[in-house]
Design a protein around this ligand. Sequence first.
Ligand code: PLP
Length: 386
Amino acid sequence: MNTALMQITQRPEQIFTRGKGNYLYDADGNAWLDFMQGWAVNTLGHSHPHIVEAISYQATQLINPGPAFYNAPALQLAQQLTDHCSLDQVFFANSGAEANEGAIKLARKWGQLHRQGAWKIITFHNGFHGRTLATMSATGKAAFEPLFNPKVPGFTKVPYGDLNAVAAAIDGETAAIMLEPIQGEAGVISAGSAFLQGLRALANQHGILLILDEVQTGMGRTGSLFCHQHHGIEPDIMTLGKGLGGGVPISALLARDEVCCFEPGDQGGTFNGNPVMCAAALAVLDTLTQDDFMTQVQSRAQQLKSGLSALSDRHQLGEVRGEGLLLALQTGNRNATEISQACYSKGLLINAPRPDTLRFMPALNVTEDCIRMALDTLNNVLALPA
Ligand code: PLP
């Protein structure tokens, strides 16, 4: 298509005009069952009435007083997020990368003040933390290595899951360890409880910080509000993004009191913590924390996982991985990108983060029927000759 938009990714020709729940519609009224949901962003599906109402009401009251003033939704959201985890203070930003950039700055400032100027951060092969220069530098994707050099220095990369390699990489200049509890873009690879607990112990032993990037795994995606809650550990710093606003741009950097050392002028941003985005996030959080919401997520996750395992057996594919509604299916020698394109032509949106991996990130309130339909479509596509 000839367009004035910069071509930063390959897009299909369709122009999308409407979304409702589990479905996305194009300008001609064609519907797609959406198991990507804006890359795990639309926590409650497209245009959930609770979010629409919260945004609409807040827009009539106050859109943006500016970050130099308090506003009620930001105060409430910060309070509620900290009530639901072990962290004490919040800085709001607009994207996952920006929250992670803040986490990197906070760890460096903390190292400057409390660990004799330590400034290095241990990150992991195949990890993903965003596309600002510092977060691309922290990212462990091989494809990023030749890009935009010289990178921001100070990120020591080690293999994910290798506790000995982390221990060997810690030196007097190390301020923190930073990782995703599940590497999403790498193809949904879980760190697992033993590795996370080992990292927590190493961080305690050396007096350094543990930073969890829960941009993809947070906000109920893995069947508990935050993924680390499955694994019996608490981070010193956590970042959230994606699902936090249920579709609108808001992210958060949370930290323990002892780590919060930003002074006025160190960190900020024009749109940060604006009340309209915070009102949307409050509507998301309110829904996720209702009585049986997470039980429903776990039931749907079980349904999707066992359905994918059955398809894997039937079509001789590979492993089914992940937690909650962040799942992946290894496609073996079948090309995952071609499978996702064939699904697209049959009205199902799924994503292929790697050439041999399909990823499933439906809305957390996805229905039993929608999961059945998605599995049927995938089955039909897989039954076609490769
Ligand atoms: N961190 C993780 C774990 C992510 O999955 C992503 C995006 O995919 C990011 C950070 C970057 O978030 P954003 O695209 O909102 O900057």
